[in-house]
Design a protein around this ligand. Structure first.
Ligand code: ZN
Length: 282
């Protein structure tokens, strides 16, 4: 039985995992290349993508891009041997200790949560490093555009290709904003979406987890919901810190999500309350 649901649109095939985390890995094809984005986490999911890529690739060059270096996004990369890898410079510059930690999290999660024996894991080595906002990579007539998107993590980035926007861990309908990086950066990245959409024709946006966004209207709705969540954290009193969790659409209320939310609250309350007003974000 397959552990993935497929969503196909204009040369993009999104492999939406139903094994866990509702993560979205993708394969994007043009005449010039085949690109794998965030190659997945569960060995059986990765195998299905690998088979698909082998089947369709032909003589086209293969690229693998990582929106960020969280363990659930990097694990599958090593399955695509002979590929050219792309990630942000910040991803490349993570310390050896941080890289090791991400791999340990991956192994622990597979073993402890899912009883799956993890394969030998290596942190991806990057061939192309993105350090400029809006940087492009051109292959034949195909253009990939990268936007630095710190906030979820410092090394996050978004990718535009073929009128599709790959968001990394932003605008999920199953996770509230996870601010593992800087709170200012997170809000700035959400606000930057306006510029990205203005510069590109975007039909679909693919978050790292949850349902694919199929219209600009839905994209802006999710952006507003996430900005509102951040803003509320700057306005509520200490004693009410957990309240936005109960107001927010998210998958479940559990100790892990409470911990992330509480850290978000601490980070956001350090921002000035007028942060959003001066930027006209809401
Ligand atoms: Zn993720």
């Amino acid at each position: 039985m397959s552990g993935q649901r497929l969503f196909i649109h204009k040369g993009t095939r999104v492999f939406h995992s139903i094994n866990g985390f509702q993560y979205n890995a993708a394969v994007v094809e043009t005449d010039d290349l085949v690109l794998v984005i965030d190659a997945g986490f569960f060995p059986s999911d990765i195998e299905a993508m690998q088979e698909y890529v082998e089947h369709v690739r032909g003589s086209r060059p293969l690229y693998v891009a990582f929106t960020h270096a969280d363990w659930d996004h990097i694990m599958g990369g090593q399955a695509f041997t002979g590929s050219t890898t792309i990630g942000s410079s910040q991803m490349d510059q993570l310390t050896e200790e941080e890289k090791k930690q991400r791999l340990t999290q991956a192994k622990d999660s597979l073993r402890i949560q899912y009883y799956v024996q993890p394969p030998e894991l290596m942190f991806p080595k990057l061939d192309i490093k993105i350090d400029i906002d809006g940087q492009t990579v051109e292959v034949g007539d195909t253009t990939l555009t990268f936007y630095l998107a710190a906030g979820h993590t410092d090394e996050s980035m978004m990718i535009v290709m073929n009128s599709h926007l790959f968001l990394g861990d932003y605008l999920s309908n199953v996770e509230f904003p996870f601010i593992f990086g800087d709170a200012h950066d997170y809000a700035a990245t959400l606000l930057k979406l306006d510029q990205i959409v203005a510069r590109h024709q975007i039909d679909w946006a693919v978050p790292g987890h949850g349902r694919v966004i199929r219209s600009q209207e839905e994209l802006f709705q999710r952006k507003q919901a996430d900005l509102r969540y951040l803003q509320i954290l700057t306005e509520i009193d200490e004693k009410d810190w957990a309240k936005p969790l109960t107001d927010y659409y998210y998958i479940h209320d559990c100790p892990e999500s409470r911990l992330i939310h509480q850290r978000n609250f601490r980070k956001m309350r350090n921002l000035k309350r007028d942060y959003f007003e001066t930027r006209g974000g809401i």
